[in-house]
Design a protein. Structure first.
Length: 304
């Protein structure tokens, strides 16, 4: 009873700290977003770096909050190969909303601030759209097959538009994040998919392929992250209230040119079934290796 009450108090204080920290650091980001509207390229680059610095500081304070509120034992392997001056594509297994906090904690100040591809329409979301734009989240434009069937002259235009949107990353290091499974793992989803993996859902190649097609020349390395919760997959509340005892993170880094030069992937992915099949096979092999790693870590799901 006393222990449960203590966790509740710690969790409540921790959530309040997360909220206050978010308000404090989002304010200058919103202000910078307004100033970034001035259409002068060097000025926009300058404000982009300032916005990233604010976001990095926000994560840094969150990490301090985690150290104070939690007694988690962290085991992280593979960080020594990373640098803040690199251009990365980051992929990971996905089990909980806590995964995002784990990735932010592990990679903060080790690689550039993590960013996600967003649908172009999300730029119009009040306040957040402007903040994402200020933080240089890449916005993608995708046409459906039915739309292209009616407008064949626009084939390839969506990728061209996205590539232009990513031009800013030619001279600015970036980390693009993609949860390859497309959704969080649950046993029900695993059973519905009839997944061949013990601890993972089936990987989806389309999202990674889109990033490589749009930014393949800009990105230098692939970071393959395996997140393991040996005491069971935690909820956000479990994490902020200090209930998570152990988290293990394994990082595997490989040059993206190995994917491009070995014929695993090329720019014809969306038009060539053979390329799609080859790339999906390669991704499945990485997921089998990830599944075996989780087995070796004894990733059994036990109650927290």
């Amino acid at each position: 009873m006393v222990k449960a009450l203590l966790h509740h108090i710690v969790g409540t204080i921790s959530v309040i700290c997360y909220f206050l920290n978010t308000v404090i650091w989002s304010t200058p980001i919103f202000i910078l977003a307004v100033f970034k509207l001035i259409p002068i390229a060097p000025w926009r680059r300058f404000t982009s770096y300032l916005a990233d610095a604010c976001a990095t500081a926000w994560i840094g304070v969150n990490n301090i909050n985690q150290r104070i509120s939690g007694r988690t034992n962290w085991t992280v392997n593979g960080l020594e190969k990373l640098t803040r001056d690199g251009w990365y594509l980051v992929i990971a297994n996905h089990q909980s909303w806590v995964d995002i906090l784990v990735l932010q904690r592990v990679f903060n100040r080790k690689i550039p601030f993590l960013k996600f591809f967003l649908k172009k329409e999300l730029i119009y979301v009040p306040i957040l759209g402007l903040a994402w734009w200020a933080l240089d989240f890449p916005f993608m434009r995708r046409y459906s097959k039915s739309f292209l069937a009616k407008n064949p002259h626009l084939k390839g235009k969506d990728m061209e538009t996205t590539r232009k949107a990513c031009e800013k990353f030619r001279n600015k290091p970036v980390s693009i994040m993609n949860f390859v499974e497309g959704t969080r793992y649950t046993q029900a989803k695993h059973d519905k998919q009839n997944s061949p993996f013990a601890h993972l859902l089936k990987p989806k190649a389309g999202g990674v392929a889109f990033v490589l097609s749009a930014m393949g020349d800009n990105l230098h390395k692939l970071i393959d992250v395996t997140i393991d919760y040996p005491n069971g997959v935690p909820s956000f509340w479990d994490f902020v209230s200090g209930k998570v005892r152990n988290i293990r993170v394994n990082i595997n880094v490989m040059p993206i040119k190995e994917i491009m030069e070995n014929g695993i992937f090329n720019e014809n992915y969306f038009d060539d079934p053979e390329v799609r099949a080859r790339f999906q096979t390669w991704l499945n092999e990485r997921w089998h290796a990830k599944d075996q790693l989780l087995d070796s870590l004894n990733a059994t799901q036990k109650p927290l």
